[in-house]
Design a protein around this ligand. Sequence first.
Ligand code: AMP
Length: 121
Amino acid sequence: MTTLAYDAHNVFAKIIRKEIPCKAILETDHTLSFHDITPKAPVHALVIPKGAYQNAFDFHQQALADEILDFYKTVNDTIQALHLTEMGFRLVSNTGVHGRQEVLHYHMHILGGGALKSVLN
Ligand code: AMP
């Protein structure tokens, strides 16, 4: 995958630097989760690493083991905090042009709170 240089002016970088607000759910040394500003499901959260990674491929390729562990633990802790464990949820990470990624800072969508439309058929 061709990746451009990370742009520190993207909206999630501004949220990490607290230049713009967010509805935070959880925060650790390496990771932040918050509610999506335009929810596409009854519950729609985003989880982002604090490090400057453009997309899922870059994060998995370049992040330190501690950052990766903390990120996926925060994904699970956020799922639990949002009470999604019983009825289920969907994890989505849009990546690159074909993945239709809009914000060029790695993020995981957590969608739930009601039955979601099928995406694979
Ligand atoms: P993606 O298309 O996967 O890059 O998704 C980017 C997501 O970021 C979209 O669901 C937007 O609604 C969400 N988003 C954009 N700006 C903000 C913001 N300031 N706070 C919370 N979510 C945002």
